[in-house]
Design a binder for this molecule. Structure first.
Ligand code: ZN
Length: 247
C-alpha cells in the first residue's frame, strides 16, 4: 500500500502542472482550457517537451526557451507540492472517495496559495464552487451537520478577525475558512490555530524591520491557512486530542 501510493506521484505532477495554468490564468480572467500553455512573457506556445513537470524547468534552468524570461521556482514547487499531497491523500485514506475529496481540497489550497502569493487574491471563482462540492461530498460520505457547522463557525471566526484587524485578513480568507470547515469539520480550529501561529513569524519580522509601518503592509494569509489545513487534514485528530490533553 505504501509503495503503491508513490504511483500517484506521476498523476499528481500532471495535476500540479494544470494547477499552475489555473493559478496563472484565473486572476487574469482567462480560460483555463484554451489556448494551450504559452509563455506568460513572450506568448510563445510551449512545446510538450518543455512542459514536462519539474524536469523541463530543471533542463531549461528556469528560463523560457524562446525569450529567456525567468520562470519563477513557484512553478515546479506547485507541481512537487501537488504530487506530494495527492500521494499523501492516497497514503492516508487509501484509494477511496475520501481520498478523492481530500485531493480535490488540497488542489484548491495549492491554487489559492499561489494566487494569494502572486496577486493577493483568493479567487471567488475557485473557492465558492469548491466549497459547495466539498460540503456536498462530505455530507454525503459522512452524514452529519458537522461539516456545515464547522464551515459557518470557521468563517464567522475569521470574519470577526477581519473586522477587528482589516490589514491582516480579507474577505478571501473568510471564504477560504468556509471551505476549510466544510472539509475538516471538528478539526478546523487546529488548521486555523496553526495558520495564525505560523503567520506570526513573518509578521514579527516585518514589524522588526519596518516598525509601525508594518501594520499597514500585512502578509498574504491564504498560504498559512492552507498549511494549517494540510496538517489538520492528515493529523487533525491527533493534534486536537494532544491539545485537549494539555488542558
Ligand atoms: Zn517566453
Amino acid at each position: 500500500m505504501d509503495a503503491a501510493a508513490l504511483l500517484w506521484l506521476a498523476p499528481g505532477l500532471a495535476l500540479g502542472s494544470f494547477l499552475n495554468v489555473v493559478a496563472a490564468r484565473i486572476p487574469l480572467r482567462r480560460s483555463i482550457v484554451s489556448p494551450a500553455s504559452a509563455c506568460m512573457s513572450c506568448g510563445e506556445r510551449i512545446a510538450w517537451y518543455d512542459n514536462v513537470p519539474v524536469v523541463s524547468w530543471l533542463l531549461l534552468r528556469g528560463r523560457c526557451r524562446s525569450c529567456g524570461t525567468a520562470i519563477p521556482p513557484v512553478y515546479p514547487a506547485v507541481e512537487l507540492a501537488t504530487a506530494a499531497l495527492v500521494a499523501g491523500c492516497v497514503l492516508a485514506f487509501g484509494v477511496t472517495l475520501d481520498a478523492l475529496v481530500a485531493a480535490f481540497f488540497c488542489a484548491v489550497l495549492v491554487v489559492v496559495s499561489a494566487t494569494d502569493l502572486a496577486h493577493r487574491i483568493i479567487p471567488n471563482r475557485v473557492v465558492v464552487p469548491a466549497t459547495v462540492v466539498v460540503l456536498v461530498a462530505q455530507t454525503a460520505l459522512h452524514p452529519s451537520p458537522e461539516w456545515a457547522i464547522a464551515a459557518l463557525g470557521a468563517s464567522a471566526f475569521l470574519f470577526a478577525a477581519a473586522v477587528a484587524y482589516p490589514a491582516g485578513m480579507g474577505m478571501g480568507d473568510v471564504k477560504l475558512a468556509l471551505l476549510m470547515g466544510a472539509m475538516l469539520g471538528r478539526t478546523v480550529p487546529v488548521a486555523m490555530m496553526i495558520g495564525m501561529v505560523v503567520a506570526l513569524v513573518p509578521s514579527v519580522v516585518l514589524l522588526a524591520r519596518h516598525g509601525g509601518a508594518a501594520r499597514k503592509m500585512g502578509i498574504p494569509f491564504g498560504p498559512f491557512l492552507a498549511l494549517g489545513s494540510v496538517l489538520a487534514l492528515f493529523w487533525g485528530d491527533e493534534l486536537l486530542d494532544g491539545y485537549l490533553a494539555l488542558l
